[in-house]
Design a protein around this ligand. Structure first.
Ligand SMILES: *[C@@H]1O[C@H](CO)[C@@H](O)[C@H](O)[C@H]1NC(C)=O
Ligand SMILES: *[C@@H]1O[C@H](CO)[C@@H](O)[C@H](O)[C@H]1NC(C)=O
Ligand SMILES: *[C@@H]1O[C@H](CO)[C@@H](O)[C@H](O)[C@H]1NC(C)=O
Ligand SMILES: *[C@@H]1O[C@H](CO)[C@@H](O)[C@H](O)[C@H]1NC(C)=O
Ligand SMILES: *[C@@H]1O[C@H](CO)[C@@H](O)[C@H](O)[C@H]1NC(C)=O
Ligand SMILES: *[C@@H]1O[C@H](CO)[C@@H](O)[C@H](O)[C@H]1NC(C)=O
Length: 436
């Protein structure tokens, strides 16, 4: 991949540069300096390389970024939906700060766009794998005129923010490649949905395939803590509005998260001894991760067989379907709520239901939350919206409870309180004592 450079020349060049230890700004492109097919920029930590490439078996040429040590792993593609088939494309950055990609005959194929104009712009491939346009004199400023991290392809890198960039009004999300050979926009996207509390979804078109669960102040409620301690995401809030999610850049290890063309999310870590990528996590992983596997008002537990069970006080909508392991129509209440003497049962260690018909108040206490929910007969369940510290906030649900998962892990604390009529509540308490 990259350029088909002259090996001998490369060898002499490398020996030469090692010998003299000279440093050239190979990570930076100056204005109006043409960058041709075969040229590359390399980040100063030698991790990332930018240049032209063709995916396996494809004749198309693209401008992209890959790992210098594993060049077949492409992390970003500039003009994914507009490739050229000729090898004589070139890239330039204007001093005003826009990138232009031309084909052989000088026709514009792709360009970056900035709402601001620079005085003396340069383009630089940063150590994080972010390709940025910045003012030449402001070395450390993050005030970029444009950055590739605002236009992710199928890969999330540490330091890359997903969600809305309010400066540029860009919503940043991943979109899978169409196939291994074709980086054009595929069927699947991985994006943050912000309804007051962020959740990350994998969508197939508009269909929800997977959900991380609601951000509860510490983690996404559907992702156990043990997975995320090393790669713990950070969610930025502003006036209680979730803005962006990212994973901090850490120079200690090389990791990437990729949405593959079949809609699966892979976390890889590079073993730097042998330059092999190791799969760390895959989502959705278990059957229980598939969105709404058990239908409404049921929960999924990967240690149970069958994996789906109706919530306490609910019964299958169709016994027959349920027995044939078709859970799609879910469960309905056994006894109607009487609204006056209802109470709540605590369900421990759950991935909270999807935020479809809900209310959210960040300042309520859990007691206030219970009182509010009790007052409204259509309120079916509630939970703390923020379990960090002593816990606070109130998230309550008013319709079917969708996509609940039960965790057995101790480190997945997130409780939900489910409304039940007093008759069912009594049974539940009795069962707790008698173990029935
Ligand atoms: C950027 O600034 C450095 C240091 O001031 C200077 O040496 C270099 O020529 C400048 N590059 C461009 C492209 O203006
Ligand atoms: C360059 O692009 C233009 C416009 O899309 C096209 O007409 C022309 O044939 C292309 N030239 C080459 C060499 O690909
Ligand atoms: C750049 O953005 C402006 C305004 O947002 C738009 O009018 C223009 O067509 C864009 N140019 C390109 C090349 O996308
Ligand atoms: C995506 O991952 C799945 C599971 O490992 C695999 O079967 C499938 O081939 C992958 N798809 C692509 C296009 O790599
Ligand atoms: C949130 O709850 C508090 C305390 O009950 C209340 O004062 C406040 O008005 C509520 N905020 C909203 C937006 O409902
Ligand atoms: C969650 O609670 C913690 C601890 O009280 C607090 O620091 C944090 O700001 C809260 N998060 C939100 C989004 O309210």
């Amino acid at each position: 991949m990259g350029g088909s450079g002259d090996g001998t020349f490369l060898f002499i060049f490398i020996s030469f540069s090692r010998f003299f230890h000279f440093s050239i700004a190979v990570d930076t492109l100056a204005p109006n300096q043409p960058f041709r097919d075969g040229d590359t920029l390399v980040s100063s930590n030698q991790r990332f390389e930018l240049g032209f490439f063709s995916p396996s078996n494809s004749k198309n040429r693209y401008l992209g970024i890959w790992y210098k040590k594993t060049p077949d792993i492409v992390v970003w593609v500039a003009e994914r939906n507009n490739p050229s088939t000729f090898r004589n494309g070139f890239l330039t950055v204007s001093s005003g700060g826009s990138l232009s990609l031309m084909n052989q005959t000088g026709n514009l194929i792709w360009s970056s766009n900035s709402s601001r104009v620079a005085k003396n712009a340069v383009a630089q491939l940063l150590d994080t794998g972010n390709f940025v346009i910045r003012e030449n004199n402001s070395m450390n400023s993050e005030n970029y005129f444009w950055q590739s991290f605002d236009y992710p392809t199928d890969t999330r890198l540490p330091g890359m923010k997903l969600g809305k960039n309010f400066d540029s009004d860009i919503d940043r999300y991943l979109c899978s490649w169409r196939s291994i050979e074709d980086p054009s926009s595929g069927e699947f996207t991985y994006r943050i949905v912000n309804n007051g509390l962020p959740q990350i979804f994998i969508f197939n078109g508009a269909i929800r395939k997977y959900r991380t669960g609601v951000w509860n102040g510490l983690r996404f409620s559907g992702v156990p803590l043990f997975i995320t301690t090393t790669f713990a995401p950070i969610v930025n809030f502003h006036n209680n509005n979730p803005l962006t999610m990212y994973e901090p850049f850490n120079n200690e290890f090389v990791t990437r998260v990729v949405l593959n063309s079949s809609g699966l999310m892979y976390r890889y870590v590079l073993n730097e001894k042998n330059n092999e990528w190791i799969t760390r996590t895959i989502s959705p992983d278990y059957l229980c991760d598939n969105y709404g596997t058990c239908g409404p008002n049921a929960f999924c537990s990967s240690i149970k067989s069958p994996i789906c069970e109706c919530l306490q006080g609910f019964k299958p909508r169709s016994e027959q379907e349920w027995l044939s392991l078709d859970w799609t129509s879910g469960c309905v209440m056994k006894m109607p709520l009487d609204c006056k003497s209802d109470g709540f049962v605590q369900i421990k260690n759950v991935k909270l239901p999807d935020m479809l018909d809900f209310q959210l108040n960040h300042s309520m206490s859990i007691k206030e939350c219970e009182m509010e929910c009790l007052k409204d007969c259509s309120c079916l369940a509630y939970a703390k919206s923020n379990i960090s510290g002593a816990g606070s906030g109130c998230l309550s649900w008013y319709g079917d409870l969708i996509d609940i998962r039960e965790f057995i892990e101790e480190n997945s604390p997130q409780d939900m309180y489910l409304r039940l009529p007093s008759s069912e509540l009594g049974k539940y308490v009795l069962c707790l004592i008698l173990d029935c």
